[in-house]
Ligand binder design. Structure first.
Ligand SMILES: *Cc1c(COP(=O)(O)O)cnc(C)c1O
Length: 437
């Protein structure tokens, strides 16, 4: 498409937008706010707002303990199956539970203890730091033999090696050739983010999964930045494991629980490293010894945050209704348009695109890079009513949520960034960073 920098062009794109009406499904309290951070915390869907009130007033307030038999107890699998529809997973493989980090801990540990003779864990420097920390913690635990009881042969401690694949360019694209050659017969697990959090690079899930399987490795995808923004086909790709977030593009609310996916074909072979009563076969038998629940259920641990979980369930409605293909189509148009505006409006101010140029290779956010990125980001938030976020060392991330971000928002956001640069508004801010960027 031939883009234009004119404001009326953005208006024209909005009039042709098939998803435009979904904006009505979200709460906009400040009509002047340009919110470009849906990739970190999605906006509040009206359905979720209404549901949260109903849960507190009627379910908690009136039902009390009876709520467990009225849809609370089975919420992790019911809502998991709904998320399954968005990530190409048939029923019985997705559960809502805990946080992304904890789900990674449970699934990666299960994957490693399943194949104790393989020592390599392959990830990349593009992964979310928490994912890398969790892997380092698992490596530490296993090397000290603390989880020896999970294995049949616990005569020698496991000694894993974590290999981090780097970039092939200026921190935008991972080195795929290095990834391919790093995966060998000694590889137990390949775990990476499907869409990486900084540059927005989108991995080819099918290709990487096949590559790993050819060498006998298991694959775990972190979908935090791709669920709700790109179509995902876990079953079709034959992925082994996945984890993901519900408070980003799924709009589930701050701290809404994460989800996990375990392919049906391996569920029965796995053992969770955390044995809790929600993962016990018959929790209400109150048996004194643990027996794992059948299937993926064994990866549940304890009582889930019901107010948050059920609010998130309602928040899924607009995404389920719109469908991932329509969402992806608009998302590509938005990131293409934003890349064009970066080149036309911001390159003269020394900005560069920190994301893949080809839309097929990126998710629904782009990074724009500038040496003064941190201070520019602060000026945008504090003076211009634009909310992106900043990621080290020089990335301002702009997230586009197709259900509620309009093309006029995108244009207006860029126009305000340009104004910050023209008026040098960022220069008065210190380089010292605030706690949360
Ligand atoms: C947002 C995000 C997380 C968040 O993890 P929590 O445990 O839910 O805080 C993890 N991984 C990736 C790739 C993310 O983008």
């Amino acid at each position: 498409m031939d883009f234009s920098t004119a404001r009326h062009f953005a208006h024209q794109l909005d009039t042709q937008d098939k998803l435009a009406s979904y904006r009505e499904a979200f709460v906009f309290l400040d009509p002047n706010l340009i919110y470009l951070d849906g990739n970190s915390l999605g906006m509040l869907p009206k359905a979720a707002q209404e549901k949260a009130r109903q849960i507190v007033d009627e379910q908690w307030g009136r039902d009390l303990i009876r709520g467990w038999n009225k849809g609370w107890w089975d919420a992790p699998s019911r809502v998991g199956d709904k998320i399954g529809q968005l990530i190409g997973a048939a029923a019985g493989q997705v559960l809502v539970s805990d946080t992304v980090s904890l789900n990674l801990f449970k699934l990666a540990t299960a994957a490693l203890t399943l194949q104790p003779n393989k020592k390599r864990i392959i990830t990349d420097t593009f992964n979310f730091p928490s994912d890398l920390y969790i892997l380092q913690g698992i490596q530490h635990l296993l090397s000290h033999g603390s989880l020896d009881t999970l294995r049949e042969d616990h005569t020698k401690p496991l000694d894993h090696q974590i290999i981090r694949i780097g970039a092939s360019d200026n921190d935008i694209t991972p080195d795929l050739a290095a990834l391919e050659s790093a995966i060998d017969e000694n590889t137990a697990l390949v775990t990476i983010s499907h869409v990486v959090f900084k540059s927005g690079y989108l991995y080819d899930m099918k290709r990487i999964t096949e590559l790993a399987h050819r060498k006998g490795a298991l694959v775990l995808w972190d979908l935090s930045h791709s669920v709700g923004s790109v179509p995902i086909a876990l079953d079709e790709c034959n992925a082994d494991f996945a984890i993901g977030c519900t408070y980003k593009y799924l709009n589930g609310g701050p701290g809404a629980p994460g989800f996990l996916y375990v392919n049906k074909s391996i569920q029965e072979k796995l053992s969770s490293p955390i044995w809790g009563w929600w993962g016990q076969k018959n929790p209400f038998d109150f048996d004194l010894d643990y027996t794992p629940a059948p299937g993926a259920q064994r990866f549940l641990v304890g009582t889930q945050p019901m107010i948050s979980l059920l609010t998130m369930e309602a928040a899924l409605e607009p995404t389920l209704q719109a469908g991932m293909d329509a969402i992806r189509e608009k998302s590509i148009l938005m990131t293409d348009y934003a890349s064009y505006l970066t080149k036309e409006l911001l390159a003269p101010f020394d900005f560069s695109l920190g994301s893949p140029v080809d839309s097929a290779g990126r998710g629904s956010h782009i990074s724009i890079r500038h040496a003064d990125g941190y201070r520019i980001n602060r000026a945008l938030i504090e003076e211009m009513n634009v909310i992106p976020d900043f990621r080290e060392p020089d990335n301002i991330r702009l997230g586009f949520a197709p259900l509620y971000t309009s093309f006029q928002d995108v244009w207006e956001g860029f126009d305000r960034i340009k104004r910050v640069m023209e008026e040098k508004r960022y220069e008065k801010y210190p380089k010292q960073k605030l706690t949360v960027t």
